[in-house]
Design a binder for this molecule. Structure first.
Ligand SMILES: *Cc1c(COP(=O)(O)O)cnc(C)c1O
Length: 405
């Protein structure tokens, strides 16, 4: 299918290219020691992950351990309350551990095991990626080091407890601001020393090649399932699909199944408290081209050109950039990127809970908020929203800050 004169029939053969570029975005901007390790992962990915053994084993794991396929639910009461458009949600909240992140963690750790590695290394901010990694490591009997800033360790006690119960080693990072950025640096430097024995696993479609491609491919199960399920349930493709975009993995997972279809695609960024730099994390909407964390993309910068401070009510979305493939799809116009505020998100959090009996992750509530606005505008047709995770982790904070709505 052609879209804005761009051919999508052959998209996955050409994007990314052999060096990991989606147009000018992506690539690998890292020290030579690390490049050797990335080349090893890329080679292993290109060979091992294409074998029937790997594909069959991952399929079995998804079915027997993760509980896939996750269903699609029709939001009958919410749709009828709004008007005549039909809203559907892809239930990644029902994936084991309660979010989509396990989709790529199981793939990455299966790959690590197939490569003969003994240990996985990762960083975590809010702890969601750390918990998914610790789960995958426990399943495969691998050692697991999770780097986490001491400030985040204080804030995220339940996730720290989960990781420890799952047998992971939580490594406290105390220097600098002691949050996610320092944890990334510490994890990278540990990996540089240990890469013969260990593999580094990233938390989204970001970082140097091959991670944006590999994480997209492992997450693409969301879009593959959703496309079939929508056709089976409704007899046709959805008119529009919607997902929230932090780094962009749940969104790429869903979008990849529909790029070559006549479906309007929306990525939703967090507008937080407003448009001032520091009050949001809408990197694709307000950012400019730049390099961070080993890849070229669109990012929010401060006056010195460094990654800017960002804010969102959803800690899983407060990242000053997004994956290179999103930057590319943004520039060619295939995906429309828009924003919702914290307030709209919190309203949607309560609306979905009260009207449908589904408490969404506050990240996913961004997509729900946008889906509701879209349904009000469209007044016909169908909209599929990616419900990337469940909201148990957010309840205490939301009630404390906003009360019950
Ligand atoms: C981490 C997380 C996100 C954001 O990450 P993406 O890579 O943008 O998908 C969204 N939703 C949930 C539930 C998460 O845990």
């Amino acid at each position: 299918m052609k879209y804005n004169n761009f051919e999508f029939n052959t998209y996955f053969e050409n994007y990314p290219d052999a060096k990991g570029f989606f147009g000018k975005y992506g690539g690998s901007y890292i020290p030579p020691e690390l490049q050797a390790a990335m080349n090893e992962i890329n080679e292993a990915y290109q060979t091992i992950c294409k074998t029937p053994e790997f594909i069959n084993e991952l399929h079995r794991i998804r079915k027997e351990f993760q509980g896939r396929p996750t269903p699609i639910s029709y939001l009958k009461r919410l749709s009828e309350k709004i008007g005549n458009a039909r809203l559907y949600v892809k239930r990644e909240d029902l994936n084991h551990t309660g979010a989509h992140k396990l989709n790529h963690c199981m793939g990455e750790v299966l790959l690590a095991k197939s490569m003969g590695k003994k240990k996985v290394i990762a960083e975590t901010g809010a702890g969601q990626h750390g918990v998914a990694m610790a789960t995958a490591a426990a399943y495969f009997g691998m050692e697991c080091d999770i780097y986490m800033g001491s400030v985040d360790i204080q804030k995220q006690a339940p996730n720290v407890a989960r990781m420890k119960i799952l047998g992971a080693n939580v490594v406290e990072v105390t220097h600098g601001l002691a949050t996610l950025k320092e944890a990334v640096d510490a994890a990278f430097s540990a990996y540089t020393k240990e890469y013969k024995n260990a593999i580094y696993c990233i938390g989204s479609v970001v970082g140097p090649h091959p991670f944006p491609m590999m994480v997209r491919d492992f997450q693409s199960i969301i879009g593959i399932e959703a496309r079939e399920q929508m056709i089976e349930m409704t007899g046709s493709l959805p008119d529009a699909i919607v997902a929230c975009v932090g780094g962009g993995s749940n969104a790429m997972g869903l979008f990849s199944g529909f790029l070559n279809d006549p479906v309007t695609i929306y990525g939703v960024e967090p507008l937080g408290r407003g448009e001032k730099l520091g009050d949001h994390a809408a990197s694709l909407s307000f950012g400019t081209e730049g390099i961070m964390h080993g890849f070229n993309s669109i990012m929010l910068k401060d006056e010195k050109g460094e990654p800017a401070p960002v804010y969102s009510v959803a800690s899983g979305l407060d990242y000053p950039s997004s994956g290179p493939e999103h930057a590319f799809l943004h520039d060619i116009g295939r995906v429309k990127y828009d924003m919702v505020t914290d307030d709209e998100t919190v309203d949607a959090f309560f609306e979905l809970s009260k009207t449908e009996g589904i408490i969404p992750a506050i990240e996913s509530a961004h997509a729900v908020a946008y889906g509701i606005k879209l349904a009000q505008k469209m007044q016909s047709g169908s909209i599929l929203i990616n419900l990337s995770g469940r909201g148990d982790k957010d309840m205490d904070y939301i009630i404390e800050k906003y009360g019950i709505r």
